[in-house]
Design a protein around this ligand. Sequence first.
Ligand code: 13P
Ligand code: SF4
Length: 359
Amino acid sequence: MYNSLPQEYREATTEELKKRIKAAKEQLGSKLIVLAHHYQRIEVIEFGDEVGDSYGLSKIAAEQKDVEYIVFCGVHFMAESADILTDDSKTVFLPNPLAGCPMADMAEMADVMEAWEYLEEFGGDEKVMPISYMNTAAGLKAFTGKHGGLICTSSNAMGAYKYGFDRKEKLFFFPDEHLGYNTGINFGIKPEEMVIWDFSRDSGGLTKEQIDKAKVILWKGHCHVHTNFKPEHVEQFRIDYPDGKIVVHPECPHDVVRLADAAGSTKFIVDYVTKQPAGTTIAIGTELNLVSRMAKTFPDKKIVELSGQTCAVCANMYRTTLNDLAYTLENLQDVKPIRVPEPAKSEALLALKRMLEVS
Ligand code: 13P
Ligand code: SF4
């Protein structure tokens, strides 16, 4: 819970909060839409008018016509993207302002600019296309838009690679090295044609020859939730459940992805689990809140978290509570909205529109 919430919201019981959220939603009616990412707490999901992955929710935000308020139960970059994709008649709120994404924070604007300046020696705009994962700050989306690039999510990274290679010789992908690498392999790029730009080292820790030969330059960033999953977890699961299925998110390291039965975005995982016949044992390599919800939704299947531990929680997704949601909905006039200023908004919109076109 966000500590600066007024006491009445901090101390309200769950039952009271649920009643108040329901009443506030009824009062706001069609002026409001509540979007909830799949990793949100189950009690928050209950109030999502739409529940989805980062791609699905951004598309829904972009399609809104008459709503005035979009309350985004997710993390900061998702709410920013919703603001970029909507006109000024809509106001976007993030119920807990502390909900960020540590992976997005691994790509700082100044570091990316330094890398790009260096890549200009290798053709810059003419030969290199920036592809920014949705998990980035708005400023980087704007940088991407300005340089002819596009945004991708785990749902459409293959389409983004195709868009990039149809137009340029090299891709500069940030900030998730694992999604970038896994997509590269699926796209048929050889491992030796992908290099990691380590922003803590001069020239990314790469020689000119390495960059010259590379088709994909990957930012050295990762999600601490998905890199929890290791090949030994897959091996152990195969011993324990020889007939079981494993599905993982492509933010997991390639060593895990290649051993799994399937890999894909959060929506892909939900669809995969839904399609498995009753009685199947399924290990999921993604955020724990989603895994627990899937286990509750499908009591006829045995659904477990792949690592067999309970550490795969995204603490930032977990920050949003019913207390935050109740406060936000009852005090829209006093809550600071998420607003991306111009010209960043228009530049970032170019990159997001390209994403929606290729998907
Ligand atoms: P999705 O694009 O699958 O929703 O993933 C977002 C995310 O932050 C995964 O860690
Ligand atoms: Fe960021 Fe990982 Fe949390 Fe997704 S799960 S929001 S990538 S920290």
